[in-house]
Design a protein around this ligand. Structure first.
Ligand code: SF4
Length: 441
């Protein structure tokens, strides 16, 4: 019998930071299109089908001429991109969280050659977590440890049922582990959130905190943990009785974990929320084993932080303008730079700031020459002067990515990229070569 479909097993899903590595993907041998994905959640599966050729995929390099994006050769597109970057006084290289580590490394190399600004999406999500961890350290562990040992799980300001759908079934809730043989029945799930999310609805306990008052609540928990008698009826909308009960639950568990999301990093106290959460976890370790883990969104934003860190000493918001890397979130983070209109050209890699940055910063981004390395049409790429069509890492090319617990995993290629698409790594290598030529290096 002639095989019509090839099946690729143990595929790592390149969508969210859970980086599930057990997908099975069927590809039609005749059309080279994905026809079936097994084990993936809805959003992960959708990414595989969205990789098939469609009106939304770029398949050829484009350059804007007389206001219109027109198809050109790779040589012409790379020449134009290199001209834009070399001519700029303060170019910004941004994105990098939905691509592989090898491409991220090329991004650092290019930023250094251009004395450019270099940033990744952590500056608008878990940057505060990184700042806090730099300040006070953190007790971390792998997701495997949580699967096997954790009996008390707190989701604080995160909603994995929507954002990381298989997190619960693979690591933190329903899964049976070595010491948690009865899965869900062996775990106590607590959700702290201003909203009664779908994760809160399946939790054992839901604690409704007032918006932007997480810091006060964590400090109150720490105070009660230390034996202080708080002379108030409630803190941040949570009664003192509930806080005391929570403290007893946390102290008496065998292995606890706080998974925190952008509900904590992006509410009012930002990195001070994480700072105090880390201190709470440290203090809980006087009684039992407790750790915390940030719920990273983009599948390789943790990798972007690692790669930038080992190359420059800093995880995000980096400025090379003085010929060496400097780091100052708030000054060199992309949104702040764009709000101040300091950037005069940008290269966006595997990201879409046009749809999630504040409008005023997007307006300034679109005012200046813009290059997009992007597989799909996005609000950002539609305004670009040069579009370089990319193969999708983890579907159309291999690479390395870091899971949210900083475990590196290998991304697999399941099909060919359509048209003339190249990997982000190859595109950046070509730009580097051309920029080097133009700089006379
Ligand atoms: S949970 Fe995340 S990594 Fe796992 S299949 Fe869904 S989108 Fe992919």
């Amino acid at each position: 019998m002639v095989e019509k479909v090839k099946t690729i097993k143990d595929v790592c899903c390149p969508f969210c930071g859970t980086l599930c590595d057990d997908l099975e993907v069927d590809v039609d041998l005749k059309t080279d299109q994905v026809v079936e994905v097994r084990n993936g959640c809805q959003i992960g599966t959708k990414k595989y089908f969205a990789a098939n050729p469609s009106d939304h995929r770029y398949t050829k390099p484009l350059v804007r001429k007389d206001g219109e994006l027109v198809e050109v050769s790779w040589g012409e597109a790379i020449e134009k991109a290199a001209d834009i970057l070399v001519d700029a006084q303060r170019p910004l290289l941004y994105g990098f969280s939905s691509t592989e580590c090898e491409a991220q490394s090329r991004g650092v190399e290019l930023a250094e050659m251009l004395n450019a600004l270099l940033d990744n999406t952590a500056s608008v999500c878990h940057g505060p977590s990184l700042l806090a961890i730099q300040d006070v350290g953190a007790s971390l562990s792998t997701l495997g440890e949580i699967k096997n040992r954790a009996d008390t799980i707190i989701f604080w300001g995160s909603n994995p049922v929507h954002a990381h759908p298989r997190h619960l079934s693979r690591y933190s809730d329903f899964i049976r582990g070595y010491f948690r043989t009865d899965g869900r029945n062996d775990r106590n799930i607590i959700v702290v959130d201003p909203r009664y999310t779908h994760t809160a609805q399946i939790a054992d306990k839901y604690i409704k905190v007032n918006p932007n008052e997480d810091y006060e609540l964590i400090q109150a928990i720490r105070a009660v943990l230390r034996g202080s008698d708080l002379d108030v009826k409630e803190v941040s909308g949570v009664s003192i009785e509930d806080i005391k009960e929570l403290v007893e639950t946390l102290k008496s568990c065998n292995f606890g974990v706080i998974f925190f999301g952008m509900g904590l990093t992006q509410s009012l106290a930002h990195h001070r929320n994480i700072d105090t959460a880390i201190r709470l976890v440290t203090e809980l370790n006087d009684y039992t084993k407790f750790i915390l883990i940030p719920m990273r969104g983009h599948y390789n934003v943790a990798g972007a932080n690692q790669v930038f860190l080992w190359n420059t000493g800093y995880a995000y918001s980096i400025d090379f303008s003085r010929g060496f890397p400097r780091y100052n979130p708030g000054e060199f983070s992309s949104v702040d730079l764009l709000m101040r209109d300091e950037v005069d050209a940008a290269l966006i890699v595997a990201s879409d700031p046009g749809s999630n940055f504040p409008a005023a910063s997007v307006k300034n981004l679109f005012k200046h020459p813009l290059i997009a390395i992007e597989p799909h049409k996005t609000p950002t790429s539609e305004f670009a002067d040069v579009v370089l069509p990319a193969a999708i890492a983890g579907i159309e090319c291999e690479g390395t990515a870091y899971r949210m617990d900083k475990v590196p995993l290998r991304l697999r290629k399941v099909k060919e990229a359509p048209g003339e698409c190249l990997s982000d790594n190859e595109i950046l290598e070509r730009i580097i070569e051309k920029v080097r030529e133009k700089l006379g290096e």
